[in-house]
Design a protein. Sequence first.
Length: 375
Amino acid sequence: MKVLNIITGGIMGDGITASWLNFCAAFRSDGDISIEFAAPKPLSEEEYILRFEQLAFRTHLLPDRIKSPLRYIGRLVRLIRQNRYDIVHVNGSSAIMSLELLAAWIGGVKIRIAHSRNTQSSFHRLDRLLRPLFRRLTTLRIACGEEAGKWLFGRQPFQILHNGKFLHRFRFDDGQRTALRLAESLEDKIVIGHVGKFNEQKNHPFLIRVFREILSVLPSAHLYLTGTGPMLQNIKELVEQNGLENNVTFAGETDKIEERLLMMDYMILPSLYEGLPNVVVEWQASGLFSTVSSTVTRESAATDLVHFESLESTPAAWAETIVGRLKTGGDRKTLSDEAIEKLTAAGFDAESMVHNLKDLYTDAYRKAYQSNRTV
């Protein structure tokens, strides 16, 4: 069985790419399933494409899907016909996935999977316009979480496939934490962290306002930001305008996020919307307390380490909650060990993701060739 997995947002340093890289690293081929990846070239980064290829997974780069949709569909149809895929698995957050599903239908693919990865789309009108076609073209629906599924599929049935993580990598280590904090000159700081792209969704301006309130109560607080993105320079300017240059670190991206989490004392995620964010799973595995916006699905919280706060609350209210929870404390090693156990039971480990997806593909393949269903 041959599968083409399409990452519509590009192969880059985001949660979707990370989850598939974890899948690839845990995947053990039994000869029955062959998986390749495709993505728009303008949105993809060479570093992450190379990581797929280093894991022996072939990648295909496509034209710009938004600026050149006809070229995009045409190239995708040719790719599908040339390689005779049995399954096309599309990752996205809206009915604009109809582009890939249409190409798969034209290419004669019987199993066309739509995988909902978020709870909102940036292209509202186009999403609404394409919903009827999207429903018609989709033969199997998957979501990273309950809310992401309801957002895209409504009352139609769907299956949940959690993003898999190598949870043991995030297990807390006090000795390593001490060394890392010393190297970063953070040994005497209360380090507040955030991991995410610098874009509108992640709501960094609100985060800066919350941190400013925390700093007024805890002068030793330090904000440590991991990620890059189109709004990075804007946020740097906002930090300077608030006189926080010495209290904020812009650390960029890393492929060793588990080490950065060891340095942290508390995490914040004030996103305007989310599907089921990988970062919240990672933070729990590291034994970290966090406060996240109430827009984040409750499924991400397998433990009591996560606190949900409304974005209608003031930054001062967020800060008060965070400072209070910081004082609660707890043995970080125990919290981490217990969280990993609970997250594994909830299906958030990479091995579970591989097992569940293999079963899903196999079951869909069998049903498709026992039926003559067409669009």
